[in-house]
Write a protein that binds this ligand. Structure first.
Ligand SMILES: Cc1cc2nc3c(=O)[nH]c(=O)nc-3n(C[C@H](O)[C@H](O)[C@H](O)COP(=O)(O)OP(=O)(O)OC[C@H]3O[C@@H](n4cnc5c(N)ncnc54)[C@H](O)[C@@H]3O)c2cc1C
Length: 280
């Protein structure tokens, strides 16, 4: 199929893009195009205009700002994977991005695009929630920062307002006793996961002091397993107990990859896989 008709505007700066977007509710931002263009070609979306932000300067910078690593919205997945600061300060992100699609897509797809799109099966939204990241948005009334856990509202639904553009994501730097461990189950490398887990673990010696479990490809948005995490800290891994707890706090939704029952099973065993990785 071919995309429906649309007009095209190449923004030279953020102000132009915001102004244009605020004047047309039906216009959408085009970044790397790796999710938007397939959606257009399949006629899942029919915007009036594509506002291309890919030529805006300095939106792809990756830098340290205080206790945060700041990743500009237009940094591609490949830019992030090849960045020295990311390797030094957030090496887990490099491993996560290796699981995102394939090299050709990673060369075009952007960090901001993945976070803004809010695909519940994508790795980065769950990563941002687990890391307690800050999402930097810019609109007609200036900049605002939203915590990642408040940003995702539902299926492909975020807190982005119609005049806003996501310009950066700020990840707090991890302390030496904090670790971000992830795992996922997928049919083939590079496919979207059948279920995946981002776990932020805080250790005191080898004891788990604090644990955040954030799932992807399980429901309509990144799903937090708060009560389940407490059970893991108190009692360790008990398949039946944790499965019951996950079922009571997450609304597992099946998709083309797996049923809701399968996702619940995978979500439970992923906890064991994470704990095994922690012991290594
Ligand atoms: C075959 C295939 C396999 C894939 N596999 C995976 C995978 O395993 N895991 C995974 O996580 N992703 C996967 N992806 C998606 C890929 O990571 C995309 O690059 C990413 O989700 C979107 O980034 P983009 O820059 O291409 O955004 P675009 O396609 O340009 O935009 C996506 C959406 O976000 C909005 N948007 C983009 N940037 C901004 C911004 N700065 N501010 C506001 N709104 C914005 C757009 O308006 C649009 O609605 C896959 C894609 C393909 C085609």
């Amino acid at each position: 199929m071919k995309a429906p008709d649309f007009s095209y505007f190449e923004a030279q700066n953020i102000e132009d893009a915001i102004k244009y977007k605020s004047e047309d509710d039906e216009a959408v931002i085009l970044a790397g195009g790796q999710s938007l263009l397939p959606a257009l070609n399949m006629r899942l979306s029919s915007p009036s205009c594509l506002i291309d932000i890919s030529k805006i300067n300095n939106l792809n910078e990756i830098k340290i700002e205080g206790d945060f690593i700041n990743i500009g919205a237009l940094a591609t997945h490949s830019d992030v994977m090849n960045n020295d600061l990311v390797h030094e300060k957030l090496p887990c992100l490099v491993d996560i991005l290796k699981m995102v699609a394939h090299a050709a897509i990673r060369n075009k797809g952007t960090h901001g695009g993945s976070i803004a799109y809010g695909d519940p099966a994508a790795e980065l939204p769950a990563f941002a929630v687990a890391m307690n990241a800050e999402i930097v948005l810019s609109g007609l009334s200036g900049q605002r920062i939203v915590n990642a856990k408040d940003f995702y509202l539902g299926l492909f639904e975020t807190d982005l307002k119609s005049d806003e553009i996501l310009i950066a994501i700020r990840y707090p730097l991890l302390d030496v006793n904090q670790h971000l461990i992830f795992d996922e189950v997928c049919r083939r490398h590079g496919d979207y996961a059948m279920a995946g887990l981002m776990a932020k673990v805080e250790l005191d010696q080898s004891k788990i002091n604090n644990l955040d479990l954030v799932y992807f490809a399980t429901g309509d948005k990144p799903n937090v397993g708060q009560n389940t995490a407490k059970l893991v800290i108190d009692d360790g891994y008990d398949y039946e107990k944790l499965k019951k707890s996950l079922a009571s706090e997450i609304d597992f939704a099946g998709d083309l990859n797996s049923s809701s029952e399968m996702k619940l099973h995978l979500a439970t065993i992923l906890i064991n896989k994470i704990l095994n990785k922690l012991e290594r």
